[in-house]
Ligand binder design. Structure first.
Ligand code: SF4
Length: 369
């Protein structure tokens, strides 16, 4: 992906995390929880002869279980949390008029780029942690609250992305002095581990993820592709899961692979102006115009990699046109067949907000900026 060439964060910090993860899964006194990012499931089959883009989440869950991981969850659940918080933040800013446009914060390649190249605009970046960080913070908090649990909890993320390795080490991504996510494995690294374990992914049965955090909405799944974050947030704000309304949102112009897309969406009385960007070259172009006042938006989504995480720097290569298309279509298909379309309709999300997260939303889900 383009990320590999342009993303300095990823390049410097590529680090093999395979050995410490093997050590953790072998240690009976350590409870190893793993979360799997949306874009991983449509690429992890590549080196096992599985057709390009095929959703291999169930097979991956089966393999990870046999490799010794204790609990297997979905980063899409973290994405549902992000949708809840980011849509709230957008509403607040639309109301107050402060710090508009709101920039998305789930791509660390983009966050770093903005901080370095447009420091004057950093206040615009959402205070929301990324899905992997929100999820990690929740898992660790739950472990801290669980007095019965005597084992140490280690959280591992499987990500399409090398920049995610740097994200977990940012100082704001610690809660009570503890890192929220301990290790990031790229899709390529986990492929190697599966092979080291002598497992042929293609031969694995499809198994379910664990509960409760294996349950997520279709809105979470599309985070792996450009425009997905925006579409998921709009769904939450429009607040309807009727088929016609979902289609209306998907036709606003947020889908598609152009470098910069624009959409205008009516929210009550207000017309909300949106830009969806993929690739840092396009982001640079747009930021220049936002900074100079030539363009105005209320909400801007940026993903550093072309087409979003499906072409991330941790994904198996080659990624030709056919592969890109297959991965993109597969993520939308996961959403199409999902029973829950809206993040706020995920019952586990609702339970979490009434329980563990109550009064801790800011501590666990946001960054101070
Ligand atoms: Fe990582 Fe996705 Fe951002 Fe690429 S677009 S840098 S894979 S988070």
């Amino acid at each position: 992906g383009q990320c590999r060439a342009v993303c300095p964060t990823g390049a410097i910090t590529i680090k093999q995390n395979i050995r410490p993860v093997w050590e953790a899964v072998a240690d009976k006194d350590i409870r190893v929880i793993v979360q799997i990012a949306p874009a991983v499931r449509v690429a992890v089959g590549d080196k096992f002869g599985i057709p390009k883009g095929e959703n291999s989440l169930g097979k991956l869950a089966a393999a990870l279980r046999r490799m010794g991981f204790d609990e297997i969850y979905d980063t899409n659940f973290g994405a549902d949390l992000t949708v809840m918080e980011e849509s709230e933040e957008l509403l607040e800013r639309l109301e107050s008029g402060d710090n508009l446009p709101l920039f998305t914060s789930c791509c660390p390649g983009w966050v770093k780029f903005c901080e370095n190249k447009y420091p004057g605009l950093r206040e615009h970046i959402s205070t929301c942690r990324s899905p992997q960080q929100m999820f990690g913070a929740v898992l660790k908090e739950e472990a801290r609250m669980d007095k019965e649990e005597k084992r140490k909890t280690v959280v591992v993320s499987i990500m399409p992305c090398t920049a995610k390795k740097a994200e977990i080490r940012r100082p704001e991504h610690k809660t009570d002095g503890e890192q929220d996510v301990d290790y990031v494995l790229t899709t390529t690294e986990v492929t190697r581990m599966i092979k080291e374990a002598g497992i042929d992914l293609a031969q694995m049965p499809s198994e379910a993820l664990d509960m409760p955090f294996g349950l997520s909405s279709g809105a979470g799944a599309i985070f792996g592709v450009t425009g997905g974050v925006t579409e998921a947030v709009l769904r939450r704000l429009v607040g309807s899961s009727r088929q016609e309304d979902l289609e209306d949102i998907s036709f606003t112009g947020v889908r598609g692979i152009e470098g910069i897309k624009e959409a205008t969406v009516a929210l009550g009385e207000r017309e909300v102006k949106i830009a969806v960007v993929n690739g840092l070259k396009c982001a640079d172009e747009l930021m220049g115009k936002i900074q100079s006042g030539e363009l105005y938006y209320d909400f801007v989504e940026v993903m550093a990699c072309r087409r979003g995480c499906i072409t991330g720097g941790g994904q198996p290569v080659p990624i030709g046109a056919r592969t890109k298309k297959a991965r993109l279509e597969a993520l939308y298909k996961i959403d199409t067949v999902a029973q829950i379309k809206l993040s706020n309709e995920n019952p586990i999300i609702q339970t979490l907000y009434r329980g563990l997260l109550k009064g801790k939303e800011h501590k666990l889900l946001h960054n101070e900026r």
